[in-house]
Design a protein. Structure first.
Length: 214
């Protein structure tokens, strides 16, 4: 189970999160988000361990801006969280790993994902809201059973210490990782290191148990 911590913007907090050893860290490059990384020194990202995948999160941004920020911050991954087309998503593959995010509710039509096959590397399933993520709300995870493609996905939206045990019960073969964000904060963009440490221990304990069973 991969762990992604998203929505980082405070330099010292970023270092503390990185010390926990997440697989991915996410930086919000969307100016309407309270976690927008405006003014974040580029060396904070560039100096992170090569074991951590640095993820730039974009919402309906221009290709030119995305390419510029990939170069500046050394992003290995981009997460497209808006209405980006399959063709637009695919245009970045080969340079970076591409996540495409979708907001899910009970009426979500999974067939719309078919056009993204061979155009993205991962999906990220978040809770559908009027905005673009960061709501701290969950969706009914049972609807993940309607997902039939072979592209691995990350689960996002309201994940917390209160529901990690329930997440561990999700047995979908393409369930690849969790995205930890707003329910692990002391303020927007500032993570509670104590809570994250607990979450890492829970997730990694389950991962080790699964390996023994296999």
């Amino acid at each position: 189970m991969k762990i992604k911590v998203c929505g980082l913007k405070d330099p010292e907090n970023i270092k503390a999160v990185a010390a926990l050893g997440p697989d991915y860290v996410g930086f919000i490059c969307y100016d309407l988000s309270p976690r927008f990384i405006v003014g974040l020194p580029v060396d904070i990202s560039l100096n992170l361990s090569s074991n951590i995948q640095k993820t730039g999160v974009f919402v309906n941004e221009s290709a030119e801006t995305i390419h510029s920020l990939i170069a500046n911050y050394g992003f290995n991954v981009i997460q497209l969280h808006g209405d980006e087309s399959p063709e637009f998503s695919n245009s970045f593959r080969g340079k970076v790993t591409v996540f495409k995010a979708f907001g899910l509710d009970e009426n979500f039509d999974f067939s719309q994902l078919n056009n993204y096959v061979n155009n993205v590397d991962y999906f990220l399933f978040d809770t559908k809201t009027k905005g673009y993520g960061g709501s701290g709300k969950t969706f009914d995870w049972a609807i993940l059973n309607n997902y039939k493609l072979d592209i691995p996905f990350f689960l996002s939206g309201g994940i917390s210490l209160d529901n990690l045990e329930e997440i561990k019960k999700i047995s979908h073969p393409q369930f690849y990782g969790v995205d930890l964000n707003s329910r692990f904060e002391t303020a927007p963009g500032v993570k509670d290191i104590g809570k994250l440490k607990q979450a890492f221990e829970i997730i990694k304990k389950q991962h080790n148990t699964d390996e023994v069973r296999s």
